[in-house]
Design a protein around this ligand. Sequence first.
Ligand code: FAD
Length: 449
Amino acid sequence: MRIIVAGAGHGGLCAAIHLARAGYPVTVLEKNTRENAGLPQVDAFDADAMAFAGLPVPEDFPRGSNQITFVPLEKDVAPLTLPRNPVESIIVDRKRLLGYLFDLAQEAGAELRFGVEIKRALMLGNRVAGVETSEGNVYADLVIDACGVHSPVRESLPTHLHVNREIGPYDVLHAYRGYFALDASKPMPATPYNIYIRDNGTVGFCWAVTGDSDVDVLIARFPEMTFEDVLKTLIALKDDNPQMEIDNLKEGSFHDIPVSQPLAVPVADGYAAVGDSAFMTYPVKGSGIAYSLMAGRLLADTVMADRDGFFTAETLWPYANRFFRQIGHSACLLALLKNLLPFLTAQEVNDMIKSGLVTTEELENLMDNKLDAVLNVKGFAALKDKIKQFSGSPIKNKLLELLVWSGKLTLTEAQMPLEYNRAEVARWAEKYNEFFASIAKKEETPAEG
Ligand SMILES: Cc1cc2nc3c(=O)[nH]c(=O)nc-3n(C[C@H](O)[C@H](O)[C@H](O)COP(=O)(O)OP(=O)(O)OC[C@H]3O[C@@H](n4cnc5c(N)ncnc54)[C@H](O)[C@@H]3O)c2cc1C
């Protein structure tokens, strides 16, 4: 028996650690070298996810919680600062986190092979039988796809397996992340962690976070991004951030962030997708480390429960089900709200903050995925009251649509089969995908503005 983890994504490594510890022969194939693997940045994720994933947190991993401020378009509108999140995050260098997971996987007995690029899935009839790589074909009884959002494994699967799906223009944010030197002699912004809402939802957002020795900049856009776009945004940011030396870049790179609902069907015979390859992120902001790690644990448990080692869509289905019911459904609710973003202009957001219609509490719920507080009976009543205040504005229709969407989503969720049945799973996938396609903003190419 052989299990391949395709790509050293977080969920794949988490599954590899548990499976190798249980005695399964696991090989991780990663295209980068060990030193180059992992994004060159510091990110935060929910500390509880490590406990869920069954992984101890090293004592020297920094913990804390960021305090975010939203800065609206007009200078005379007061920014909104969210309260500091009482739930602790791990705020860690991504290469350090990945290095730690590599060590655990190796100690558990998994084989890690670096510098191996995966090209596509190898099919034997309808079963995934391995992967084609830069070093030849590698066959396996199970391929765990942890190759990230543009996984060549997922993308090469036949459509009738219902796993792969077309990525729409608002499903992925193109992001530039740069760390610029800090000039401590210049005036500092009033708050350190600022998200700027200067562009319309069809464009995206950016942040500037001032640390002890640098300024961390994220520019996230739905349209394709050029260096010219980055430069334009940096120059605009410099106005509010004189402490940022834009001609002294320490580290900078482009990456894509998935911001859509998770896959309806992340499994097939011989195959399971985990993490970004299955769109397991918070759809408003694309944070996916926590979900990936948690899903990795759920997947490992499901694989171990398949005592005969069949690894079929049927025996892997409990993983899909547990992820969706415990985590994915609330991600879907966020995906609904995210769907409003492309309809909103920076001016509308500015006006909503100015009039007090958007409060820190609501933004906090949104950022922390506490949507039950918004999309419940009390929340609906409050939302309806707010909507009334928008009469005459196009936002009214958009918000009313949100109420209808969440009702429809509840109906769709009930159709996810508890037990695997090929026809029922196909029906579920069609309904789920049709629903999200029906509410997606329709332009093929997002407009600037
Ligand atoms: C700019 C930015 C900021 C982010 N901020 C946060 C944050 O603050 N908090 C948070 O939780 N998340 C954040 N995320 C999201 C987070 O990076 C992902 O959700 C998270 O890494 C989970 O993805 P993953 O582990 O499944 O896949 P990935 O991290 O994408 O890992 C995939 C792995 O597969 C490898 N691979 C890809 N293709 C191949 C191939 N063909 N052959 C072999 N190997 C391959 C890659 O090299 C990589 O090692 C951010 C993402 C970006 C881009």
